[in-house]
Design a protein around this ligand. Structure first.
Ligand SMILES: [Zn+2]
Length: 361
């Protein structure tokens, strides 16, 4: 038995040394944590409920658009909404996760060059929170400068990692471009024809060398993955790219196997065999957004179809029966949550994280 398999952490948001230990336990344990994009408390609570039900730890994250939505689409200042929404979500998760009794990694998603100020503003709030409490608001922020020249990607990532590491935070960087489109970030190019969609191991080594002395980080490496769900045959995943990157770092520095903490973007609709392969190559986080959006909407869609009158009339025009119990948002939002939970039951199983929570009970 390794030390990592005996890891026990206090339930709640994990940061700093605890986050590092959790990532290591996940890699050594041969499983992956799902990272779910949320846009409000319904999503957060559904994720926490599903994680507890499956005795798995989990990653909760917000895109910049999701954070803005969390603060309110009508909030007058969109930039401020992206910052405040993310912080509001983090505070909600800090409070609730410990009471649900699971360990949660609190993350933000893609931030390209124009969104660097968003990340900096969140870090600034994290610094204040750290001064007051001794821990940061987020476990990690993602910085996605994969569309920029490699040197800029690495130097900017290094600059922000220094600041994050000072308050016990990690960052996720991206090397090579994830295909598809999510919140205006990503590439719409044809996945099969674009060499940028496959990360080069030499680039990963360069990033590893620059960032390792500064702090803890993870790498979203592109191996043909795309955001969204497309018709079968349009996505050619090549997990051996992850293997080659791990091998190059291991050989160069004489490290243990799988020295890199890898992230699988665009997990929705992925084949199980490719997930299993990615798992062997040190992937600890798989982002699932599209499938959960659909699971939430699909169940509500069914409910509306089954009860059309309840969404048109407060009282049935023929029978005079009141429909309050059906149009009450708690009824149909809960049905959406149940759809998400059912899809997450499958995700925890596919990623082999069910039953493996490190939260002390
Ligand atoms: Zn992504």
């Amino acid at each position: 038995m390794t030390v990592a398999s005996q890891l026990k952490l206090k339930p709640g948001v994990v940061t700093g040394q605890d986050y590092k230990a959790l990532v290591q336990a996940v890699k050594e344990g041969g499983y992956i944590l799902p990272a779910v994009n949320i846009v409000g408390t319904n999503g957060v609570n559904a994720v926490l409920e599903a994680a507890k039900k499956n005795n798995s730890d989990v990653i909760i994250q917000l895109s910049n658009g999701g954070a803005q939505f969390y603060a309110g689409k009508g909030f007058p200042d969109a930039f401020q909404a992206k910052v405040l929404g993310a912080i509001s979500a983090a505070l909600h998760v800090h409070l609730m996760a410990q009471h649900y009794g699971v360990c949660v990694v609190m993350h933000t998603d893609h931030a390209d060059k124009k969104l660097i100020p968003w990340v900096e503003a969140m870090i600034e709030h994290g610094e204040n929170h750290y001064q007051q409490t001794g821990f940061p608001l987020f476990s990690s922020h993602m910085l996605d400068l994969s569309a920029e020249p490699l040197d800029f990607n690495i130097s900017e990532s290094a600059r922000l990692l220094k600041r994050a590491a000072a308050i016990d935070m990690s960052i996720e960087i991206e090397l090579g471009i994830t295909g598809g489109e999510e919140d205006g970030v990503g590439s719409d190019d044809d996945a099969l024809d674009n060499p940028n969609l496959y990360t080069q191991p030499e680039d990963v080594l360069k990033a590893y060398d620059a960032l390792t002395p500064l702090g803890h980080f993870s790498v979203a490496a592109s191996f043909g993955n795309v955001h969204g769900v497309y018709a079968p045959g349009n996505v050619k995943l090549r997990p051996e790219i992850l293997k080659n990157s791990q091998a190059l770092v291991q050989q160069t520095h004489g490290t243990d196997p799988n020295p890199l903490n890898l992230v699988f973007h665009g997990g929705s609709g992925s084949e199980q065999a490719k997930i299993d392969e990615a798992m062997q190559y040190g992937v600890f986080k798989m982002n699932i957004d599209t499938d959960l959006q659909f699971a939430f909407a699909n169940k509500i869609g069914d409910f509306v179809k089954e009860n059309p009158k309840a969404f048109q009339h407060q009282i049935d025009p023929d029978t005079q029966a009141p429909y309050k119990k059906l149009y009450d948002p708690r009824k149909w939002l809960r049905i959406g949550e149940e759809g998400m939970i059912a899809r997450l039951d499958q995700a925890f199983k596919d990623l082999k994280s069910a039953g493996k929570s490190v939260a002390a009970q």
